[in-house]
Design a protein around this ligand. Structure first.
Ligand SMILES: C[S@@+](CC[C@H](N)C(=O)[O-])C[C@H]1O[C@@H](n2cnc3c(N)ncnc32)[C@H](O)[C@@H]1O
Length: 254
């Protein structure tokens, strides 16, 4: 059976790789990279550069696998994603079987930590469940850990829950009920603009851990415009921006 190591590599800064991740990177013979042909490929490039910086030229090699396109015209989002995952799984498993010699180890670099909004493990599930692959995971530092560190805050308050959600869900459903601390990821539309700002603080960060790191915090109603401006500035300069934020609602005294 072939082994695939899914290695969380943080946000591209070699100093934020764990020692365990460095060991895992050094043990890989062939790295597989799904490439989309979009801005996301710049991230793939950053992961590859990180790997070379840490492991050196070495004996390992990279195999690029064209990422099948998702059908964005499909009516059901969940079904479209399911089909897309199956298509990605097929091309990746075929590539692993074609390029990996017996006894060799495959590696896939996951941005941040693979447990958070990363499809790698889901894509590999078909290989695991059919016994074609064995998967080993090395955790990485995620954007939300860097967000908390950059602001010097804890994401959780005493005995209270934290919800991690997407910008799309925040826009569609508003601030979740039953929870006063919400981390929002995958938000290209700045959905915090549609949240009632009364009693809500935001802790925002873009390009955390990277050369353009920017953070802003304050009462949502007071800093929302500054965040929009900062985000637009990074985006116009670089072509893309990745950001995440915590919304923290004031808890009324009893
Ligand atoms: C596909 S998810 C991958 C997240 C990753 N697995 C992690 O551990 O953070 C991509 C989302 O993570 C967040 N993100 C990734 N890199 C970031 C960075 N350097 N700064 C701020 N947010 C980032 C953004 O919300 C982005 O839309």
């Amino acid at each position: 059976m072939r082994t695939v190591k899914v290695i969380g590599v943080g946000m591209g800064n070699p100093r934020q790789l764990t020692a365990e991740a460095v060991d895992a990177l050094r043990s890989v013979d062939v790295f597989f990279v799904l490439e989309k042909g979009s801005a996301a490929d710049e991230l793939a490039e950053r992961r590859r550069d990180l790997c070379t910086a840490v492991v050196g030229a070495g004996d390992h090699r990279f195999v690029t696998v064209p990422d099948p396109a998702r059908d964005r015209s499909a009516a059901g989002y969940a079904e479209a994603v399911q089909e897309w995952t199956a298509a990605r799984s097929d091309v990746l498993l075929d590539a692993v079987e074609a390029h990996l010699q017996p006894g060799q180890t495959a590696g896939i670099l996951a941005w941040g930590d693979p447990s958070l909004y990363d499809s790698t493990l889901r894509v590999l599930d078909a290989g695991r469940s059919t016994g074609r692959l064995q998967v080993e995971v090395t955790p990485g530092i995620s954007s939300i850990q860097l967000l908390a560190a950059a602001h010097g805050i804890s994401l959780t308050r005493v005995g209270r829950p934290l919800q991690v959600t997407t910008g799309r869900r925040l826009a569609d459903e508003g601030f979740p009920s039953g929870c006063d601390d919400v981390v929002v990821m995958l938000d290209g539309l700045c959905s915090f603009q549609h949240v009632d700002p009364d009693g809500v603080r935001i802790y925002w960060g873009a390009d955390l851990g990277g050369p353009d790191q920017a953070i802003v915090s304050g009462e949502l109603g007071e800093v929302a415009d500054a965040i929009l401006a900062r985000r637009a500035e990074i985006r116009s300069r670089r072509g893309w921006v990745m950001d995440t934020y915590l919304l923290r609602r004031r808890i009324p005294r009893r």
